[in-house]
Design a protein around this ligand. Structure first.
Ligand SMILES: *Cc1c(COP(=O)(O)O)cnc(C)c1O
Length: 478
């Protein structure tokens, strides 16, 4: 692919947009400039390829395609069928799954599809069977009442939010916590690691319909073989949400007991995090759940986004190439280099390190809240996000942690030496920042003091670190 073609494509697209609403074209161009300049350590973000991005900007966006391949509620979906089938085929081959559903618009949507599929499959409800046999008109008020009561009283056991789980794994204020009677498992306070015996004990006591594994902020591998044994011992459906680490599964860094696909009944993911595709979601499962999963749209989801499915097909094709396995390994090598660099400089890390793509710094060691640390780093040109640590004394808003991840910087090409330099910059900012006080002189969890000269100097060094690794080198907007 010539660099010229990519530059021409993006330039032309912007020119066309500029002809209608120049402010949008300017914002798109400004976003590229900002992304190019920032040292992006947000563990959930990445940079999709030009081919993936370009596959989204077209008339596939105009097409309605409710239903699935070959079973549409709309006519004229033959080309949508082509891209949806291709994306699903690439996903099945890449992950070794027997079924792939590529319509979910995001990771959360993929989880909702999975929850609904599991409920529909597992809950013995004559009213639900009737509804699904399209005999909705035969249902009485009493049937509907029974249906709501039966579906609304199921149990889910998932990882707690402060241990690194996700909102959709049953966190009370999230819809998953309202759909399900939820209980969570945490991590061992001494080691920060999942204690499988405790998970088994919780499962025995609680007898969940669904056992969920997966995380957004746990810096270690999870043994999915053991989790499946726990699920089997209590008759639970085992669901894994690999939203964060799908790229490491795709790149065969997580294999055997650490590859969720052979062990879980159902796997959900995003496509835009370490997998490096377009913003979206996906569900993988065996034949037992496939029919229910395919009812995702229109039972749970809005109309599919065919232009995004086209981009998923492109990104998944990229992830099947040998160089993606290389990329995945470098993500983990970089995270470990970053962790080592921080530890050597005296930082406290949750679990003492990492074996995936992310590192969780406990910034209470620097006397800061997560919010203070996040803002001080941002002032210094380093983009991270604050995150709870296990048993966080500062709650989910201020927090005591900073989550950093390497998928994005690894895409740019940064390696171990730059990770060590990044650790130095982070440590410099955090050790030079002090908590501020509120208007009444009381200690503040948000305010902080950082010498602007330090922020400026670190910002300059962060920019220098990126110079040899241009983002989208093939794209010159002129
Ligand atoms: C990011 C994430 C999601 C949500 O993905 P969206 O695309 O933002 O909806 C779900 N589960 C986990 C574990 C995640 O990390």
């Amino acid at each position: 692919m010539s660099r010229n073609a990519e530059s021409t494509a993006f330039r032309s697209a912007l020119e066309v947009v500029r002809g209608v609403e120049p402010r949008v074209a300017d914002a798109i161009a400004a976003e590229l400039a900002d992304q190019r300049e920032s040292l992006k350590l947000i563990a959930s973000e990445n940079y999709a390829s030009p081919a993936t991005l370009l596959a989204m900007g077209n008339w596939f966006s105009d097409k309605y395609a409710e239903g699935t391949v070959g079973r549409r509620f709309y006519a004229g979906c033959q080309n949508v069928d082509t891209v949806e089938a291709l994306a699903a085929e690439h996903a099945r081959e890449l992950f070794g799954a027997s079924h792939a559903y590529v319509q979910p618009h995001s990771g959360i949507d993929a989880n909702l599809v999975a929850f609904w599929a599991i409920l529909a499959d597992r809950v013995e409800s004559p009213a639900l069977r009737k509804a699904q046999a399209r005999q909705v008109n035969d249902l009485t008020e009493a049937d509907w009442f029974a249906l709501r009561r039966e579906l609304g009283n199921q149990r889910m056991l998932g990882m707690s939010l402060d241990a690194g789980g996700h909102l959709t794994h049953g966190f009370r204020p999230n819809i998953s916590g309202k759909m399900f009677d939820q209980r969570s498992y945490g991590t061992d306070p001494a080691t920060g690691l999942i204690d499988y015996d405790r998970v088994a004990e919780a499962a025995r006591e609680f007898k969940p319909l669904i056992l969920v594994a997966g995380y957004s902020a746990y810096p270690r591998k999870v043994n999915f073989r053991i989790m499946r044994e726990i699920a089997d011992s209590v008759g639970a459906t085992f669901m894994v949400d690999m939203a964060h680490f799908a790229g490491l599964v795709a790149g065969k860094v997580f294999t055997g007991d650490f590859d969720p696909v052979p062990h879980a009944h159902i796997v959900t993911t995003t496509t835009h995090k370490s997998l490096r595709g377009p913003r979206g979601g996906m569900v993988l499962c065996g034949p037992e759940l496939a029919d229910q999963v395919d009812r995702g749209c229109p039972m749970v989801l809005g109309g599919p986004l065919p232009h995004v499915m086209a981009a998923k097909a492109v990104a998944l094709a990229e992830a099947r190439r040998p160089d993606f396995a290389d990329y995945a390994q470098r993500i983990v090598d970089n995270a470990q280099a970053l962790a080592d660099g921080l530890l050597r400089r005296g930082a406290t890390l949750v679990t003492g390190g990492t074996d995936n793509h992310l590192v969780l710094i406990d910034v209470s060691g620097y006397g800061l809240t997560g919010r203070q640390a996040e803002q001080a780093l941002l002032d210094s040109g380093i983009v991270t996000n604050r995150n709870s640590v296990p048993q966080d004394p500062n709650g989910a808003w201020y927090t005591s942690g900073i989550r950093i991840g390497t998928p994005a910087l690894t895409t740019r090409g940064l390696g171990a030496a730059e990770m060590d330099a990044t650790a130095e910059l982070i440590h410099t900012v955090l050790s030079q920042t002090t908590p501020g006080t509120g208007p009444d002189g009381a200690p503040s969890k948000a305010k902080y003091v950082l010498d602007p000269a330090v922020a400026e100097s670190v910002g300059k060094q962060a920019a220098d670190l990126l110079t040899p690794f241009p983002l989208y080198p093939s794209v010159d907007l002129g």
